[in-house]
Design a protein around this ligand. Sequence first.
Ligand SMILES: [Zn+2]
Length: 299
Amino acid sequence: MGNRFPGQACVFCPNPNVGVGEHVWPSWFIGEFHGQGPFTTSRAGVPYTKRDQVTPVTANALLGAHVPACQDCNAVLNTTVEKPAKPVVRRLLEHGDSGDELILSADECVALARWLLKVGLLSAHPAADHDHPGLQSDQDLPRLPVVRPEWLDWMRAGGEPPAGFSVFVTRRNLRGEDAAPAVKQHIVLPQLIVDGEDRNFTSQSIGFAGVNATIVWHPGWPIAHAQVGTRRAARLWPDPYEVDFGTLPKVHPRELAFRDGAAVVVDSADELAQFAQHPLSVDYDPSVAFFGVVLPSEE
Ligand SMILES: [Zn+2]
């Protein structure tokens, strides 16, 4: 086996990469989808398109991707992330379109959340190398501008993910996309600067086989998620609880999406705590509240 990342360090530790590194989507997972293509890739519920901005990028196999990793970290992640998630993900895949009950215990929700964080963060990692050449060469592919050490450290340590992450899941239609939703809501994530330090608020969405997951990094500022409140989505992390995934309704990924907002600059954690008494939600744009002006909207 050749070295896919010669001269590059493991993304989890200072050791050099070995072989193909870490599979972002594990090979057991990709194998589940053999012959079920074509697959599309979406960002925030919007299919990732070719240069014409209309034609979705499709592939006949589920798109694989790798990040540089050493043998040690590869083995550790298999134990801490992949093995606990595998039976849960398999149950979701087997459940498919069914409206039958599918109870996920709080522990199973955590196992799934950890795995979704791994896939979401690594697929947008600046060092990720995608199997699909068009995707890999495209400058528009979502890439994390920075990767904070605490985003990945817990995967290797085997501890809990930071509470600054939230992981939300909805069900989606397995047989192609529905018509666009009548109401499209957004939760605006500010670029939060606290005492000169960018907190790097960010969100990533990933979809597979009837599941749409959104991971959000928003330390210190809670989110009141409208779809969780109306039982149209489940929050897997933090504060996990038992979820009946099977009876969640199928909702269009664009019904509620996260969007990057303007900068909100505060001087201290105390000042942030005052703002954070008002959670981030679809009814609230923090930059408007902060500046008292309405900024131009993207749509
Ligand atoms: Zn390593």
